[in-house]
Structure formats: structure tokens, C-alpha cells
Design a binder for this molecule. Structure first.
Ligand code: THU
Length: 150
């Protein structure tokens, strides 16, 4: 993967491919909507996550949060970009946008004007937006007095 000086300059194909490669691990027996995410951290490392559902429906979690929590749990601090793929029965037919809760979790660990959300159908067919575009006027760690958040 070639990393340039510009934050926008990274290997999107590799990030999208990591999400596509892991889609099979999605556990979605209830909705049958399978999602996979690959998050690129400032370190240059990529972490993956899938949606994991539960018989007690609200106990399930989205792919994006699983990927982000995985990265944070491994000592990572800041998100550079996330690629998301998914669809009914695991077939990627459309762009899969992140839900509102996942957007808020992303907000905690990035600069929203720089972090990129990549919604992909394939490594060559994708849409991208900054988190700020997807979550304007967001509530972040800076709003909480005395926070020790980074
Ligand atoms: N899902 C995700 O994993 N990410 C999203 O951003 C949207 C929804 C999952 C949750 C649930 O397992 C399934 O898709 C249907 O909502």
C-alpha cells in the first residue's frame, strides 16, 4: 500500500478489498442483511468487522462499530477512513451507508472534516464522503467539559 503525504492519498482498493474479503464472516441469520467494514487507522493498519446479530435482536452490533472497537481495543487512536460493503443475502448490489449510531461512534475517533467514509459496490465502484458531510453539526468529545478524550 502506498501512503502519500495527503490524507486523501491512500489505497482505497486495498481497504475496500479487505471489507469484501471478510463479508462471509457476517453473522446475520435474522435480517439476512450482511455487512462488512474495514477501517484504516492513522498507523496505516487496517482492522475489519462484520455485523453480528443475536436472537435477542437489540444485542446485535453493526459491522462498522465492530471494526472500530476492534481497532481501539488493539491500541489504535484515530480513524483515517472506513470502507463499507453489504447487502441482502450477502450480495453487494448497492452502496451501504453507515447507520446513525455508527456515524456517532466514528465521530469520537477522528477529525470529521478529514475522515473518509467509502461506500462500495466493488473496488472500482464506490462513493465517498467525509464524516462531516454525513454527520453535520456533530456532537463530539470537544463538547464535553474536562474530557480526557483524544
Ligand atoms: N447494519 C450494519 O452492520 N451497518 C450499518 O450501518 C447498517 C446496518 C446491520 C445491522 C443489522 O445486523 C443488519 O445490518 C440489518 O439492519
Amino acid at each position: 500500500m502506498t501512503m502519500g503525504k495527503n490524507r486523501l492519498d491512500f489505497d482505497r482498493k486495498a481497504l475496500i478489498q479487505a471489507a469484501i474479503d471478510n463479508l462471509d464472516h457476517s453473522y446475520a441469520p435474522y435480517s439476512k442483511f450482511h455487512v462488512s467494514a474495514a477501517v484504516l487507522m492513522d498507523s496505516g493498519r487496517i482492522y475489519t468487522g462484520v455485523n453480528v446479530e443475536n436472537a435477542s435482536y437489540p444485542a446485535g452490533i453493526c459491522a462498522e462499530r465492530n471494526a472500530i472497537f476492534h481497532a481501539i481495543g488493539c491500541g489504535e487512536k484515530r480513524i483515517k477512513a472506513i470502507a463499507i460493503v453489504g447487502g441482502a443475502n450477502g450480495e453487494i448490489r448497492d452502496y451501504c451507508p453507515p447507520c446513525g449510531i455508527c456515524r456517532q461512534v466514528m465521530r469520537e475517533f477522528c477529525d470529521p472534516s478529514e475522515m473518509l467514509v467509502i461506500m462500495a459496490k466493488s473496488v472500482t465502484d464506490y462513493k465517498e464522503a467525509t464524516l462531516e458531510e454525513l454527520l453535520p453539526d456533530s456532537f463530539g468529545p470537544n463538547m464535553v467539559p474536562g474530557t480526557s478524550a483524544v
